[in-house]
Design a protein around this ligand. Structure first.
Ligand code: MN
Length: 142
């Protein structure tokens, strides 16, 4: 069973593919969309646990996509992390964080986004190797 389902909305395969691979390697289920129309369809149909949203999409501003999702009661609860190639300055941060729980500036590092997603979703962190023969405590049993 996957840890969580992530929707990666990114039109550049050079960015999307390594990100998708890294999330899959960490045990996430990964859905992908390369434009706004796909993003809206997949989000409504699959209701992922978290969405990584490129702000610069070919058919629509990613922030507009995020706002559209936040206006839909069926998917408005899904946390959205914005990804942008531009420097976030001044009011832009406020504008983005009105809609998105967090943002990441490109070039994004897959590890950072996995950590961020895990924190947002409150997933247990990577277990530390046992130091004195005792397994790490597991908050959710088993
Ligand atoms: Mn883009």
């Amino acid at each position: 069973m996957a840890k969580a389902t992530i929707l990666i909305v990114e039109d550049s395969p050079d960015i999307a593919e390594p990100l998708a691979d890294a999330f899959r390697f960490e045990g996430f289920e990964v859905l992908q969309a390369a434009n706004a129309i796909q993003a809206l369809q997949i989000a409504s149909e699959h209701r992922p646990d978290l969405i990584l949203m490129d702000i610069q999409l070919p058919d629509m501003d990613g922030l507009a996509v995020a706002r559209t999702l936040k206006s839909d009661p069926a998917v408005k609860h899904i946390p959205i992390v914005a990804m942008t190639a531009y420097d976030i300055v001044g009011d832009q941060a406020r504008t983005i964080t009105k809609t998105c729980i967090a943002y990441a500036q490109k070039p994004v590092r897959p590890r950072d986004l996995i950590n961020l997603a895990s924190a947002i979703l409150k997933l247990p962190g990577d277990p530390e190797p046992p130091r004195r023969g005792r397994p790490p405590a597991r908050p959710h049993g088993r």
